[in-house]
Design a binder for this molecule. Structure first.
Ligand code: NAP
Length: 614
């Protein structure tokens, strides 16, 4: 309802000002303003000479003196659920900003958080990603389960907000964030500011959400003083490099080799990059983000299918930077994944195309999303005719690809190594290329540069105690971080036992880094190695079969306190290896199936079972 002189206590000038301002406010700003006025009023009353406040509680101007909102705690709990480290990074940033506002912050992984304490919390901020097919990340699983169980308490006193991270090219976009939001509401909690769902390019929406959260918390009258949390200050690292995801470092390529032998069906690039001058640092278990370029052939085909002029200039961002259509499609925009927001926008640009009907049919849309790239969409829905400028404006910025780092920075100072499998396949009569892997395999050579950044991953870290035994399971390129683990353990002279389970298709052509493992075995850095070459025998042999063959000894290592690490394919391998570990616990430890599952959960909580899988 619009404010008027007749329906409000304001004069014409005030009404006009308010009517101009109010529609421009975000939810968070409105909340903040409400609280600010309440606090202002309370402050004005408190500051007013007592004589001016009448017996009926009215001050000299006639306004009520008791409008302030109830004082709430200035303590804020920030919980993150993170698989690749983005949520952790954002949570630390948020914690720092909250502290700067004088709030007392408790920052914790959901995995470390004791859910019984939830009842005592007044302000809860959640930053959580979604993993796989709409599942919570590993360190959010137990908290997610608890909240959705009957044991979850009523949370009427809780105010919360959620920043959900996801990728619109997946069907269950930001599902975990949505789950938490729904459940917290069911339990009676109140949203401080609405949940924000972020696509892969999350910086801007995340910053806006943080501002709204800060505004709404600072608008609340304070109960008690402010305390600074040392834990958080310590967690926010200082002396960081100026290079990050939004300002990547141009790393020079030092080496680009194919690790597979002649005759292999597979191609795996070992890439060495220089980090010299970047001040970037990493630990074993961290990942490297690489910004790739699209395949020039696909760009040419898309331009031809749309009938665009490749040299036409288009504006690519809010700063007004311009590129040619060709350059923009090559370097700036994503043209492979088909996401719902993009199709929705294209449907508006081409109402006759049939895209609106596709969007209305969930199953058909899912099928298109899982099997088509932008060129397929253009051809199947006759999108020719949309001009380059509006078409490109709806596309996502090309996201970086994350690769588990395959080197120890202690062993290779100022370098970072990657192990990248080249993805190529044919579909619907056309060659398809993994965007980054094919860029690296076909169009990058020593001397070129690549825009990169370090993605820290505290969820995949060597045990602090170098004497702790480690069991590493990494078939295919999943072995990459274990080259970093062993390089690190060699450099620091760690005494702990190490056991690697590795597999690929053929011994003779696909044994990645064979000579390095052999040297480490000889030197004792690697205590044991078991391999499973799946296509050298009639029956397929996988890493989990080798684990089951050695179940007694493996159980023994776990009893001795070994930490278990899995890296590689999430969809099948990681589930099968998990199932093998459960069988080993039952078989060797005499546990029931439920006890074995609980045991694995405990290992996970104790950070003795860590996975880097996707
Ligand atoms: P891959 O396709 O996983 O193949 C490696 C070996 O695993 C092959 O011998 C394969 O056998 C076998 N395998 C197939 N199904 C399996 C199962 N259910 N259980 C155990 N082993 C199984 O190798 P890749 O091409 O290097 O792919 C690795 C995967 O890991 C990719 O999905 C990649 O994205 C992911 N990855 C993730 C990370 C990470 O999360 N940080 C790092 C590196 C790689 P057959 O082919 O004979 O069936």
């Amino acid at each position: 309802m619009e404010l008027q002189v007749t329906n409000s206590p304001f004069n014409q000038e005030q009404v006009e000002l308010l009517n101009r301002l109010i529609p421009t406010l975000t939810d968070g700003q409105r909340l903040w303003l409400g609280g600010y006025i309440a606090a202002f009023q309370a402050g004005a009353v408190a500051a007013a000479p007592t004589g001016l406040v009448g017996l009926n509680g009215q001050n000299a101007t006639g306004a009520a003196a008791t409008v302030s909102a109830p004082a709430v705690s200035r303590e804020v709990t920030v919980l993150y659920g993170s698989q690749t480290g983005n949520s952790i990074g954002l949570s630390k940033k948020l914690a720092k900003k909250l502290e700067e506002q004088g709030l007392q912050v408790t920052l914790s992984s959901m995995g470390d958080f004791k859910p019984n304490g939830l009842k005592k919390i007044e302000n809860l901020l959640i930053v959580v990603s979604t993993h796989g097919e709409g599942e919570p990340p590993d360190n959010a699983i137990s908290f997610h389960e608890f909240l959705n169980s009957k044991r979850a308490p009523k949370l009427e006193g809780l105010r919360y907000s959620i920043l959900a991270l996801g990728d619109t090219s997946y069907e269950f976009f930001c599902q975990t964030g949505k789950d938490f939001d729904k459940r917290l509401q069911e339990l009676g909690a109140t949203a401080l500011v609405p949940r924000v769902d972020c696509d892969v390019d999350f910086d801007e929406p995340a910053a806006e959400w943080m501002n709204d959260v800060l505004a709404s918390l600072s608008s609340t009258p304070v109960a008690g003083g402010t305390v600074t949390s040392e834990a958080v200050t310590a967690a926010v690292s200082s002396g960081e490099s100026e290079f990050n995801r939004t300002n990547p470092f141009k790393a020079e390529v030092l080496e680009n080799l194919n690790l597979n032998g002649r005759g292999s069906d597979r191609e795996t690039r070992h890439i060495e990059l220089s980090l010299e001058g970047s001040n970037l640092d990493y630990e074993p278990g961290d990942s490297l983000g690489v910004f790739p370029e699209n395949h020039p052939r696909l760009v040419d085909e898309l331009i031809a299918a749309m009938g665009w002029n490749a040299d036409e200039r288009v504006t690519i961002n809010k700063n007004g930077d311009q590129l040619s259509v060709y350059e923009a499609l090559l370097r700036h925009y994503e043209i492979t994944a088909v996401t719902k927001p993009v199709v929705e926008q294209l449907a508006k640009l081409s109402p006759e195309s049939g895209l609106a009907a596709l969007l209305a049919d969930d199953a058909a849309f899912r099928n298109v999303m899982n099997s088509s790239d932008l060129l397929d969409l253009v051809q199947d829905y006759s999108l020719k005719g949309i001009a380059a400028t509006p078409f490109l404006a709806v596309l996502r910025k090309i996201p970086a690809r994350l690769y588990s780092i395959a080197s120890s920075s202690k062993a290779f100072p100022d370098e970072v190594h990657l192990t990248v499998r080249t993805v190529r396949y044919a579909a619907r009569g056309r060659e398809r290329y993994g965007v980054c892997s094919v860029h690296l395999a076909e169009r990058i050579e020593a001397g070129d540069t690549l825009p990169v950044y370090i993605q820290h991953n505290p969820n995949f870290k060597l045990p602090e105690n170098p004497d702790t035994p480690i069991i590493m399971v990494g078939p295919g390129t999943g072995v990459a971080p274990f080259r970093a683990f062993l390089g690190e353990r060699e450099e620091i002279g760690a005494e702990g036992k190490t056991w690697l389970f590795y597999g690929d298709q053929h011994f003779s052509t696909d044994f990645l880094y064979q000579t390095e493992w052999q040297r480490w075995l000889k030197d004792g850095v690697l205590t044991k190695m078991d391999v499973a070459f799946s296509r050298d025998t009639e029956q397929k042999v996988y890493v989990q079969h080798r684990m089951l063959e050695h179940s007694k000894e493996l159980y023994q290592w776990i009893q001795e306190g070994a930490s278990i690490y899995i890296c590689g394919d999430e969809k099948k391998m990681a589930h099968d290896v998990h199932a093998a570990l459960i069988s080993i616990l039952q078989q060797e430890g005499g546990l029931s199936p439920e006890q074995a599952v609980d045991y694995m959960t405990r290992l996970q909580q104790e950070k003795r079972y860590q996975r880097d899988v996707y």
